[in-house]
Design a protein around this ligand. Structure first.
Ligand SMILES: NC(=O)c1ccc[n+]([C@@H]2O[C@H](COP(=O)([O-])OP(=O)(O)OC[C@H]3O[C@@H](n4cnc5c(N)ncnc54)[C@H](OP(=O)(O)O)[C@@H]3O)[C@@H](O)[C@H]2O)c1
Length: 211
């Protein structure tokens, strides 16, 4: 996500629990994409990333709320995008988990009550997102309780070539959206596929975005 947004011209700070790890990931990304201008890519600890105007939490599900709680004051008033999915593998099956507040995004919102939490990008395959020479052929369902924040995230997603973005309602929609990820991952394993989501039937619009 960071390298894709940077490639689109945004200033991006990669965050980590260990700033040196973030710095080495930054170097790897810059080496991997010599033909792309990634000078706007920075790296630091999670507090440095939380300095940005829009913050993305993309940790495993059980790390999301604790990560955000530690930075709650810094996140006051900011747009906080949660793309985490709670799931577990049981044998060959992937099962969705329901966190205490119904979704990872709900837990994140409770952990950072001053942030404008928007849940999005749950089903976007990291491989396609990180391939700067390719489009990202999928749609994202965007939900949240702050309309302006949600529209900002929809517009951001729409800048990614190939991606469409749809307003999926309030943050209560995050639970079923996150749960669908377990179904998609299970189908990917079963069919040896790389599935993503495309929506049809929206009146008057193919979805906000560049597809
Ligand atoms: N991979 C995908 O295609 C994809 C697509 C859409 C959404 N997602 C969601 O995005 C989230 C991250 O997915 P991922 O594949 O990037 O997972 P990941 O590689 O396992 O985790 C991402 C980063 O989170 C940090 N982290 C790990 N455990 C943590 C903890 N307990 N507390 C705080 N930070 C922790 C680690 O960074 P540091 O060690 O550097 O801190 C790690 O590099 C998941 O919730 C996933 O469901 C993934």
């Amino acid at each position: 996500m960071g390298v894709r947004l940077c490639d689109l011209g945004h200033d991006v700070t990669l965050g980590s629990r260990d700033a040196d790890r973030a710095r080495s990931v930054r170097e790897e990304l810059i080496d991997r994409w010599p033909d792309h201008d990634l000078q706007r890519l920075r790296a630091g600890d999670n507090a440095a990333a939380a300095e940005c105007d829009i913050v993305v939490v993309a940790t495993p599900w059980d790390g999301a709320a604790p990560t955000v709680a530690a930075l709650a004051e810094q996140l006051d008033g900011k747009i906080l995008i949660c793309m985490a999915n709670a799931l577990t593998r049981v044998g060959k099956e992937f099962q969705p988990l329901i966190p205490p507040r119904g979704s990872v995004a709900g837990d994140v919102a409770a952990a950072a009550p001053g942030a404008k939490v928007v849940a999005a990008f749950h089903h976007v395959p990291a491989r396609e997102l990180g391939d700067l020479d390719g489009d990202v052929e999928c749609d994202v369902l965007v939900c949240g309780d702050d309309d302006a924040a949600k529209q900002t995230v929809i517009a951001l997603a729409g800048q990614i070539p190939g991606m469409g973005a749809f307003d999926a309602g309030r943050l209560t929609a995050a639970g079923p959206i996150e749960s669908l990820t377990a179904v998609l991952i299970g189908m990917n394993v079963r069919h040896k596929a790389h599935l993503s989501v495309r929506l049809s039937g929206m009146p008057g619009s193919p979805g906000v975005g560049s597809r």
